[in-house]
Design a protein around this ligand. Sequence first.
Ligand SMILES: [Zn+2]
Length: 363
Amino acid sequence: MVSDVKSECIYCGTSKNLCRRSHIVPRCLGTFKDQPTLRYKVCEDCEGAIGKCEDILAKCAPEALLKANLGIKGRHKNSTSPFRRKHAGHGPIEMKIMYPGTEYEMLVEPLGDGQNCEIVPHIEISDSEGNKKQIIIEEPDSLTAEELKKKIFSSEIENPVKVWPRMQNNEQVDRIFKLLKKCCLYKSEEVVEEIKPFEGIVKAEGYTSWDERRFRAIAKIAFHYYLNYNNFNHTGYEDFFIPVRNFIRYGRNNFTDFIVEKRGYFIEQLKNGWKPPTYGHIVVSIVNQKFIIVKIQLFVGPNYEPPYYEVILGKNIFKIKIPETIFGHNYVYADDNEKMNYDGSMHQLLATKLILTRGLPII
Ligand SMILES: [Zn+2]
């Protein structure tokens, strides 16, 4: 562990309002037993700004879908579902299924355990040419006629002729009809076949929207991980970290200066086709004469092949000759019945388990 005497924010230099703990893997991706934190190194303002980037990662990007499927709640257990509301200017995430036994495409969201899903209350509006648009109704029980009207007429469908409420119960459906009557949009009801709850597996497709802040959140994981575990007494205040600090904190420079996204795996066993039984994140740091690099692969697991990221924290910083150093950790989510106070645990990758594939990025 690296000790440190300075008590200034590594990002902005202030010595005011330093956070007691700053996480490596963001809290919004769950809690991992024994995960160390950076202590008194990031101020509240910087923590807040970086937290917004982490929101993109955990609530808007593909990682948000995986998180929901694993039933990971994040810091605010009752915060609004990213399947219903925008976060950090993006979303909501659209997860669609073709409802079994019908030809209707519906918006759904995973339930708490991530194993089942339910309909996200929404209306589908269509025009006379059959163009359709689904609009989420966040709070169907408190929606007003005026709000409903606004939603119907501010969508991409210019001349809507049909509104179809897709709600979680009949009371909510009746309420939508009542509101349509109230704003004089009601003509007649069309009876469609009854949609019954079903058991079984259905393929869902997810649509996410996000921006470059997602990469700043990934770079932060890399930076904080390196600061916690490096053997060089690097504390984060060093000048050669200025570019990556400015990228993480202020979005300066292009993300491609710091992050390379790749398909496949960087752990040999995974490359050879082995799949871990449960999901987790793999973080590995490689330090050599030319680079300080952290490789990150989030949500590695049995049924998903995530991309991985090579985060370049520094280049050509060692003036003396050093041997290559590699260290890594696996943050593993626990099964539901194993969960106690944490969502998972972290494990050091041992040399025998950590076989990296050859080749560093060409920059
Ligand atoms: Zn700061």
